[in-house]
Design a protein around this ligand. Structure first.
Ligand code: SF4
Length: 70
C-alpha cells in the first residue's frame, strides 16, 4: 500500500484520545489505554487530518512516516 504510516510511542501516550477525535478511523484508543493505528497505512486524503492529530498530541507520541512504494 502506498502512502503514509502513523506510529505511536505507547510509552508516552496518555490515552486521552484527542488524536482519535481528530483522525477517527485511523487512530483509536484501545482497551490497554493507549492509541493504536487502525490501518497499516493511509493515503493522501487522510494526511491532513492525521497531521493535525500529530500536531495536537500533548505528549508528542505520534509520528508520520512515508511508506516506500514500488
Ligand atoms: S493525543 Fe497523543 S497522548 Fe492523547 S491519546 Fe493520542 S497519542 Fe495518546
Amino acid at each position: 500500500m502506498s502512502g503514509w504510516r502513523v506510529t505511536v510511542d505507547t510509552g508516552r501516550c496518555s490515552g486521552i484520545g484527542l488524536c482519535e477525535a481528530l483522525a477517527p478511523g485511523t487512530l483509536e484508543v484501545g482497551e490497554d489505554g493507549h492509541v493504536h493505528a487502525l490501518t497499516d497505512g493511509f493515503d493522501q486524503s487522510l494526511l491532513e487530518q492525521v497531521e493535525e492529530a500529530v500536531r495536537s498530541c500533548p505528549t508528542q507520541s505520534l509520528s508520520i512516516e512515508r511508506m516506500q512504494t514500488e
